[in-house]
Design a protein around this ligand. Structure first.
Ligand SMILES: Cc1cc2nc3c(=O)[nH]c(=O)nc-3n(C[C@H](O)[C@H](O)[C@H](O)COP(=O)(O)O)c2cc1C
Length: 294
């Protein structure tokens, strides 16, 4: 016999009525005295699966998740110690020089499937998308289009008539923002002229994007990026956050079009990924941590 609603199915014959699920659920989805759903709470269920996790006899399943066998919680011995985790944190650095060696597809798949998939999302929306760009032609096109768009923007700002036209179409806050980044755009154009690839450091990229109407779009993408950056280190890979290219995907449609970024999506984070060229020997010091205890 089963008890079910649109989101959850409970095997009543297996259930021992221990009430662990009812105690764990933030939305009091289960009545704790007898096992039944509170119907009025159904819409609040975010399918976080805490009820599944806490059930000692594996009697609960989320309908939206197709996996029949669920992984057990790893034993404490299988978790990294605080010190080994710290070693991972301090080893990760932004890499900007990469070997001309493609990252195996299995590595990227492994990182996305086992690291990125488990990053948290606001309201458990699980709405983060990944576009992996490994194709050399596409990467080249991407860099060229970024440079083209930035050159045009710089030219427009160098021309008083161009600024007037922009002022007529864009809010002052946006114009001010562009003016602030203009010097760095000019510096980057100079570096490009000298032969450098500055938007993606001449390596492949992972674009992390999500529907614009997600509840916490940028946070979700950033957290997924964090998981990816750390997981990549454990496979001998290096990464670099790419803030410029992320904004270009959103601000310049021809750039977004190259990676087929859906119109309803916002790029929240982009990572360069590859095999780093240099070996590092030490961890440079950081500024003291700024913390307030209340
Ligand atoms: C949101 C964000 C955007 C960034 N954008 C770029 C970028 O476009 N290009 C780049 O080379 N580095 C970029 N970085 C890397 C930072 O410069 C780098 O994280 C910082 O210098 C600290 O160094 P570390 O990452 O090695 O610890 C970005 C970092 C963050 C967090």
């Amino acid at each position: 016999m089963v008890l079910e609603n649109s989101k959850i199915i409970i095997d009543i014959d297996t259930c021992t009525k221990c009430k662990a699920c009812a105690d764990e659920c933030n939305y009091y989805y289960f009545e704790s005295d007898n096992l039944s759903f509170r119907e009025e709470m159904e819409e609040y269920c975010i399918e976080c699966g805490k009820c599944v996790a806490v059930c000692p006899v594996n009697a609960i399943r989320l309908k939206s998740h197709k996996d029949k066998t669920l992984r057990g919680i790893p034993s404490k011995n299988d978790l990294p110690s605080f010190d080994s985790l710290v070693n991972l944190f301090i080893t990760r650095r932004s890499r900007r020089q990469f070997k001309d060696k493609l990252v195996p597809k299995e590595f990227i798949e492994k990182i996305l499937e086992f690291a990125a998939k488990y990053s948290p999302t606001g309201h458990n929306q699980e709405n983060v998308h990944f576009t992996v760009v490994q194709d050399k032609e596409t990467l080249k096109k991407l860099s060229e289009e970024c440079t083209h768009q930035v050159s045009n923007l710089v030219k427009t700002f160098e021309n008083p008539q161009g600024i007037k036209t922009l002022e007529a179409s864009f809010p002052p806050a946006m114009i001010k923002k562009i003016e602030e980044v203009l010097p760095s755009f000019k510096r980057n154009l100079k570096r490009i002229k000298s032969g450098m690839e500055v938007w993606r450091w001449n390596t492949e990229i992972i674009v992390i994007h999500t529907p614009k109407d997600a509840l916490t779009p940028i946070e979700n993408c950033t957290l997924a990026a964090c998981h990816i950056m750390l997981a990549a280190e454990t496979l001998g890979l290096g990464t670099c956050s790419l803030g410029y290219i992320t904004s270009f995907f959103n601000e310049f449609r021809p750039v977004g079009k190259i990676i087929k970024l859906p119109l309803k999506h916002i790029a929240g984070y982009t990572l360069a990924i590859g095999y780093p060229k240099a070996r590092y020997y030490r961890i440079p010091a950081r500024k003291p941590i700024k913390v307030k205890w209340l």
